[in-house]
Design a protein around this ligand. Structure first.
Ligand SMILES: *Cc1c(COP(=O)(O)O)cnc(C)c1O
Length: 430
């Protein structure tokens, strides 16, 4: 397999773009090697510049639940383009998408659209502070909530892989209001409440996808909800990743715990840049121009992005049963790979939620970021490289979640398991 064209493109990019990429995790730094430049994609397949084809388990890091170039989404986008790319004035499709999103989550009465998950979370935090009149926030070690200053503390995935939990350029003053807690550990939350009477909100990925896939225990979320209520603290579910991936009605429909504010992204834009945050009426009423908490965006609610999102979510809502099909494939994939790993003595922990899957080369169950860190990183890097050679494109960091799309067939899953058997055998014999 030649990747000469990608190598050349990467060299050129590195001259002009820091690290050659516009988002760090794309650089393949933690698995060694060099990123593949993509020429085109269709369904479950990516094609790189050299014409190599891969089954794609990244799906643009989550957004493409219907795979690449889904016909419904593509035609909605092409149709919208003909009417103008942006107006900076309201359009009907924003209300249509708002109505659809609100219909899918019990917890929200109103929603505001932005252009990324980072923006959604940053704005949700400001809203929580504005609503409660408090300054402190709590986040969990290993949860990622985008790259805004006060949240770039002990964040998972990209930041963790780069050993840069709190980034230079973020003044300590900006993060002194950010308290840290341990995922799935209610005692750590009790400690936060003991330390501060000024906690505006607790933000959590109820199904963490940025330290690998680590869902929160139901009991833990129930306790968390109770403690928030007892302390007048808002609970924010960051479902930018899990929102339409784990279930079409969010984590709240799985665990029976409702957040006060919900943040969404990824699938919500059908592949275009969209994020959103929503809450019940009285909280959203604090937001500008209804209320005093400022938030804005030149391209927010962009008509092309809204059209893509509306097409994606309509299709998802109409095909609600698809989630169990995707989950069956995700389960088969990770259980199949685990069986192959076990045969050659490689320990593996696996997890799925809806169309999301995760695996760790660990002896023990993973409940938090420290557990995730016990993964055999060298083994993961080898696995990643070898699977690429076999034509399977997995996320290039052990702290990322994998994704099944509706274009990922049962046959592809079986081929992937077969390839993993070959790769595990090769790795253990090396
Ligand atoms: C991806 C992600 C974000 C950030 O979204 P961007 O669109 O990359 O800014 C925030 N929170 C979670 C849980 C995410 O997975």
């Amino acid at each position: 397999m030649s990747t000469e064209s990608s190598l050349k493109a990467f060299e050129e990019a590195q001259e002009l773009i820091p690290g050659g990429v516009n988002s760090p995790v794309r650089a393949f730094a933690s698995v060694g090697g060099s990123p593949l430049f993509i020429k085109e994609a269709k369904g479950a397949y990516l094609t790189d510049l050299d014409g190599n084809k891969y089954v794609d388990f990244v799906q643009s890091w989550g957004p493409l639940i219907f795979g690449h170039r889904d016909e419904t989404i593509e035609s909605a986008v092409l149709k919208a383009v003909k009417h103008g790319l942006s107006f900076g004035a309201p359009t009907q499709v924003e209300t249509d998408l708002a109505s659809l999103v609100i219909s899918m989550f019990d917890s929200i009465d109103k929603v505001r659209f932005v252009s990324s998950g980072t923006e959604a979370v940053m704005s949700a935090i400001r809203l929580a502070r504005g609503f409660t009149g408090r300054d402190d926030i709590v986040k969990f070690v290993g949860c990622y909530h985008g790259h805004s200053d006060s949240l770039l503390v002990e964040a998972g995935s990209g930041a963790a892989t780069f050993g840069n939990p709190s980034s230079p350029g973020v003044p300590a003053d900006f993060t002194k209001h950010t308290l840290l807690a341990t995922y799935n550990d209610i005692e750590s939350i009790k400690k936060c409440f003991a330390d501060s009477k000024d906690i505006a909100c607790i933000i959590i990925e109820p199904i963490a996808g940025n330290m690998g896939l680590v869902p929160a225990d139901k009991e833990f979320l129930l306790e968390l909800r109770k403690l928030c209520d007892a302390n007048g603290t808002l609970l924010i579910f960051d479902e930018v990743m899990s929102g339409f991936r784990a279930s079409i009605n969010g984590a709240e429909s799985i665990v029976g715990v409702k957040p006060d504010i919900l943040t969404l992204g990824k699938v919500i834009g059908g592949g275009m840049p969209v994020g959103a945050f929503g809450a019940r009426k009285e909280i959203m009423a604090k937001l500008s121009p209804e209320g005093p908490v400022y938030q804005a965006g030149t391209l927010s609610g962009n008509p092309i992005a809204m059209a893509a999102g509306f097409a994606a979510l309509s299709k998802l809502k109409q095909n609600a049963k698809v989630m169990s099909v995707l989950n069956a494939r995700a389960v088969r994939l990770v259980e199949g790979m685990k069986a192959e790993a076990t045969k050659v003595g490689i320990p593996m922990q696996v997890e799925t939620r809806g169309s999301m899957f995760g695996f760790f080369f660990n002896e023990n169950e993973v409940k938090n970021f420290a557990d995730a860190g016990k993964t055999d990183a060298e083994l993961f890097a080898k696995f990643h490289q070898e699977m690429l050679q076999e034509g399977f494109y997995f996320a290039c960091s052990l702290y990322e979640t994998g994704f099944i799309s509706t274009a990922t067939t049962d046959e592809m899953i079986e081929e992937t398991i077969k390839a993993s058997a070959k790769v595990f055998a090769k790795i253990t014999n090396a």
